[in-house]
Ligand binder design. Structure first.
Ligand code: NDP
Length: 256
């Protein structure tokens, strides 16, 4: 088999929330496979730092700081891509936030904030990207980042669970409407991965021990371990794969 199937040379990938963590690892991985990557986050300074770090590794990287949960900001960002001639044909909807609180105490504002950032933003950015993919007539790839909570619930993270369950179905809805335009929309469901989002859990000895005891791999995952699935779903290797979710979780969801 040729590695050309996985070659992303000539493609442009927008990875939302890629100033750090999983998004940054995915941007680096897609860039190393040949894509030009557009780094995103809300803070211009951290986006610039990430772009510089990627360029230092020989990756073609640009930055676009905007809030994916702000519909006007998303539209403005894509108008900017149009002006600059950036034709995004790979989108990774990765930006996300967590909020841990029992549902009995949860405010509507916190519920909404998590749903807006983790689910509605993927629709907003996905819609803008897909409109342009359809108009160009050359297809495209959308990868929505789900979670173990795309499949199973856990106490204290209700809006996150609902949003990530929605992400799995958003990929299917995108596939249902856009497969005819040669757009493939799939999800990746990471297990517990060592990033800033989870630092409080890593620092909690009981939680850390639970992860290591429950996961058949007996360890946390690393951001770079998601890169293989992302390259597959971003490349010609997955041209007839649509509406699926790939769990990259050390086998956790496969066991009792
Ligand atoms: P981090 O908190 O480490 O990074 C999140 C990134 O998203 C940052 O770059 C942040 O930048 C950006 N971001 C947050 N909100 C917005 C916004 N409104 N607009 C633009 N960018 C935003 O998270 P992880 O890397 O851990 O998580 C990445 C994705 O993976 C998320 O969707 C998460 O739910 C998912 N995931 C993570 C798991 C894990 O174990 N870590 C497990 C399963 C899924 P800034 O704050 O500067 O805007």
């Amino acid at each position: 088999m040729s590695t050309a199937l996985f070659d992303l040379t000539g493609h442009t990938a927008l990875v939302t929330g890629s100033a750090r963590g999983i998004g940054l690892a995915l941007a680096e991985g897609l860039g190393a496979a040949g894509a030009t990557v557009i780094v995103n986050g809300r803070q211009a300074a951290s986006v610039t730092t990430a772009v510089e770090a990627l360029r230092a590794k020989g990756i073609k990287a640009e930055g676009a700081a905007f809030d994916v949960a702000d519909p006007a900001a998303v539209e403005a960002a894509f108008a900017g891509f149009d002006r600059d001639g950036r034709e995004i044909d790979i989108l990774v909807n990765n930006a996300g936030i967590q909020h841990r609180q029992p549902m009995l105490e949860l405010s509507l504002a916190d519920w909404q904030r998590v749903i807006d950032t983790n689910l509605t933003a993927a629709f907003l950015v996905g819609r803008e990207a897909a409109r342009r993919m359809v108009a160009r007539g050359r297809g495209g790839k959308i990868i929505n980042i789900g979670s173990l909570t795309s499949e199973a619930a856990r106490a204290t993270v209700a809006p996150y669970t609902v949003a990530k369950g929605g992400i799995k179905m958003l990929s299917r809805a995108m596939a249902a409407e856009w497969a005819q335009f040669d757009i493939q929309a799939n999800s990746i469901g990471p297990g517990y991965i060592l990033t800033d989002m989870n630092q409080a859990l890593v620092d909690n000895p009981q939680f850390d021990a639970w992860v290591k005891a429950s996961n058949p791999a007996k360890r946390w995952g690393k951001p770079e371990e998601l890169v293989g699935a992302a390259i597959f779903l971003a490349s010609a290797a997955s041209n007839y794969v649509n509406g699926q979710i790939i769990y990259v979780d050390g086998g956790w969801l496969a066991v009792l």
